[in-house]
Design a protein around this ligand. Structure first.
Ligand code: SF4
Length: 187
């Protein structure tokens, strides 16, 4: 039940705890640094920094830990497999929040402008873009370091987490548009 082999890569029905920790740790740190960076970058305004920072934190955490488990995970193979643990562990959270969906609907996660996949990408990219004008208008070394860390986490996600830790070993990769985009489906 724990692993399966199709092609060269091992497929996990239960990801190692270290992988789940790396995935969620980098996600949560990315969101927190993003919120802090936006708040700090726009702190020259008495309201803008805290308001935008707080709105970003709300959006990113709700998108990842509420919208995904309600809209995407019920259609995923990890939701219905006994004793499974996906890369984010959201299959377990999803079972407590939503009814089982349909495997055939899983690719819908990438359909439409406001689909969960696009919202997920937006939650990662917003702080990278939002902090650039703040760096110009309100430069500080701390803000620059926060921005560099966020960019580093984004690159780490795209070049290490997705292709080497998460999508490569995912049992849902044969039905997942993200795995296709990463080119890991037949590895
Ligand atoms: S692999 Fe993705 S879609 Fe499937 S349960 Fe985990 S987070 Fe949800």
């Amino acid at each position: 039940m724990q692993t399966e082999k199709v092609g060269k890569a091992k497929l996990f029905m239960r990801y190692p705890f270290s992988s789940v920790l790396i995935y969620n740790g980098s996600t949560i740190i990315h969101f927190l640094l993003g919120g802090i960076g936006i708040a700090l970058g726009y702190s020259f305004s008495s309201w803008a920094g805290y308001t935008f920072g707080f709105l970003y934190l709300m959006f990113s955490f709700v998108e990842m830990y509420v919208i995904m488990p309600i809209r995407v995970c019920p259609n995923c193979v990890y939701y219905r497999a006994k004793d499974s643990l996906c890369i984010s562990g959201l299959n377990i959270l999803s079972k407590k929040m939503a009814k089982e969906g349909d495997l055939r609907d899983f690719p819908k996660r990438a359909k439409g402008l406001f689909c969960p996949n696009n919202l997920y990408l937006l939650s990662l990219i917003i702080p990278v873009l939002a902090i650039i004008p703040a760096l110009i208008a309100n430069f500080s070394i701390v803000l620059l370091l926060i921005w560099l860390l966020i960019v580093g986490l984004l690159l780490f996600r795209f070049f290490v987490i997705f292709p080497k830790i998460a999508c490569l070993h995912c049992t849902a990769k044969f039905n997942c548009p993200q795995a296709e985009a990463m080119g890991v489906r037949n590895l």
